[in-house]
Design a protein. Sequence first.
Length: 172
Amino acid sequence: MTWQLLKRIASTRAPAPALPEGGDDWRTKAQHLHQQMLDVLGRALCIRQIDAGSCNGCELEIHALGNPYYNIEGLGIRFVASPRHADMLLVTGPLALNMREAVRLAYEATPAPKLVVAAGECACTGGIFKDSYAVCGALSQLIPVDVSIPGCPPSPLELMRGILAALRASGK
């Protein structure tokens, strides 16, 4: 029985995955986004991403921004390790009690003018965790939020739109 199963597994071909639809529409939008960021900032945008207690779904979508399809660094957006080097804080997850002080300190360490983006349903409203004893609620209850990107998790394209919306709203 085991031998027959192994023989069948070995002879079965994996299905060919469907390729994503082609087109350069997203590339045109990305180039437009890059030009708008340069018009607003005059340089690259530095983002400090903070996980305030998320399930890591939003982080996976944020990491996807760095892949060759979205190529966020090619647009002049980069992630930095310190809030002191950041123009924007990108916060995911509900505001956990254990992260409350760390988020506040990161906000204070970010040089002015600073932008804050709440990414994902949990950061925007507290999500499904809002009634938990370990959660303070939405990010806006602690620090001022410029743009909220809803979704569980928001897609990489929605994240890029939210970042641009924050830049537009800042009117720098």
